[in-house]
Design a binder for this molecule. Structure first.
Ligand SMILES: Cc1ncc(COP(=O)(O)O)c(C=O)c1O
Length: 310
């Protein structure tokens, strides 16, 4: 099986540099620094329909990471986290969206033709689009993964905790290779040979009732879905360990699943041609059920993670 990613469609309005403007007017200069050198940072946030209307999931945490990514690249952002959350609500409302995906991006614009950003202005935009499942059928049937021949970038080369545009070339090489090998997604090992993460998701395995995920020191993105899964698992009394995982542990795991804002919780049914115990297995089913109750506003205990748009 080969899963197809959702096609995206333009919406009417975009928030750019402080204003809601028509999508068509939100264009960039051909000499935009980020286009040539990848000098941008971004986020991916989901908004879910709830009984109280659309709600952004963990928007404050996403914008916290956004600001930290920007700081890493010495970008001066003239807005606060709270202003970004409000601007995001405005974009969702302006496009009359409910379930949707939001892409905030800050990047260096026109100003320099060299790997130097000091003379480049910082531009900021927030885009909201309709977005269903990241990979059609993945939640029900699980996906096929291969361990990539590409090593995950390491923190000594480029900051791995920042969500920066250029570093996604690493993910793109890995996922393109995985697809050429007949798989849906790549799992990357870090420079030390331990499991790091997938192209745009963190990874968990389950073995003998224990959930295991690589530590942040494995050079992974500090995923907000990963953090949510850990918190929910602990609430459900499922033991969680953050420790290095070897490639062979993927082969003998009872369950393997990926998680991220776009992908949500994706069971893995095969790694390198070896069938995984169950996909979805009992732990990922239990976590996935709770996750969707939370994001869809059906569990009051987790309202703290929701920002209602209205
Ligand atoms: C490389 C990478 N790892 C993990 C994740 C998952 O992070 P989050 O759950 O915050 O979306 C993403 C997606 O943003 C990603 O791009």
């Amino acid at each position: 099986m080969f899963l197809v990613l959702m096609p995206i469609q333009r919406t009417e309005k975009v928030w750019k540099n402080g204003k809601i403007i028509p999508w068509a007017d939100a264009s960039v200069d051909i000499m935009t620094h980020a286009l040539h050198y990848g000098t941008g940072v971004f986020e991916g946030i989901r908004c879910y329909n709830t009984p109280k209307g659309p709600a952004l999931f963990r928007a404050a945490d996403h914008y916290k990471r956004f600001m930290e990514s920007a700081k890493t690249y010495l970008m001066k952002i003239p807005y606060t986290q709270a202003q970004f959350v409000e601007a995001t609500k405005q974009v969702v409302k302006a496009n009359k969206l409910s379930d949707c995906y939001i892409r905030p991006i800050a990047f260096y614009g026109f100003g320099e033709l060299a790997p130097n950003v000091l003379n480049c202005p910082v531009e900021v935009a927030i885009i909201a689009i309709k977005f269903g499942s990241y990979m059609a059928g993945a939640k029900e049937r699980g996906i096929k993964c291969v361990v990539s021949s590409w090593t995950r970038i390491s923190p000594a080369m480029i900051p791995t905790r920042a969500k920066a545009c250029g570093q996604y070339l690493n993910s793109i090489l890995a996922v393109t290779e995985a697809k050429a090998r007949g798989a849906d997604e790549a799992i990357m090992l870090n420079a030390a040979g331990f499991v790091a993460e997938a192209s745009a998701e963190n990874i968990f395995i389950a073995k003998d009732g224990v959930l295991v995920t690589p530590p942040l020191s494995a050079g992974i993105l500090a995923g907000i879905t990963r953090d949510s899964v850990i918190a929910v698992a602990r609430d459900l009394n499922i033991p969680v360990e953050e420790r290095n995982i070897t490639r062979e542990e993927l082969y003998s795991a009872d369950e393997v699943f990926l998680c991220g804002t776009a992908g949500e919780i994706i069971p893995v049914r095969e790694v390198d041609g070896r069938a995984v115990g169950a996909a979805p297995g009992p732990l990922s089913r239990q976590l996935s059920k709770k996750f969707f109750e939370i994001v869809q506003g059906k569990d009051k205990k987790y309202f703290k993670w929701l920002d209602f748009v209205r």
